[in-house]
Design a protein. Sequence first.
Length: 141
Amino acid sequence: MKQFLTRAVTGLAGLTALGIGGFILLDPQMFFMQNGVVLGDSPDLLSEIRAPGGLLFAAGAVIFAGAVHERLTHIAQLTAVVVFGAYGVSRAISFAVDGAPSNALIAAMIIELAIAGVVAIMLALGKETAPAQRGSSNHAF
């Protein structure tokens, strides 16, 4: 049951990052318009927006791979905590410094922090089994 829950949460986090990253990468204007942000047609701005979309997509691939391949679960969970935690904390800083964003972006912040928190708890609870698993392999992961 614990392994199923770990894979399910990791997979959901990976699919979330893949979906959002892919959407930003392929159609940033439409993605941001959903939150009332108009990007315009500046190639420079769109390049600056697509690049983090690609990074989020790549991180999502790593995270999702951890749901499929047990050997990658630990690195996938670390990636999920860093990526979703960084997004959530960055939004919280923006909220404090710049003022309240739209309700959709506040919801995104809450979801990002929740994903990071749940995965961090799973990592902490799984620590007692991690050394035995790492000790049985000659690989860096």
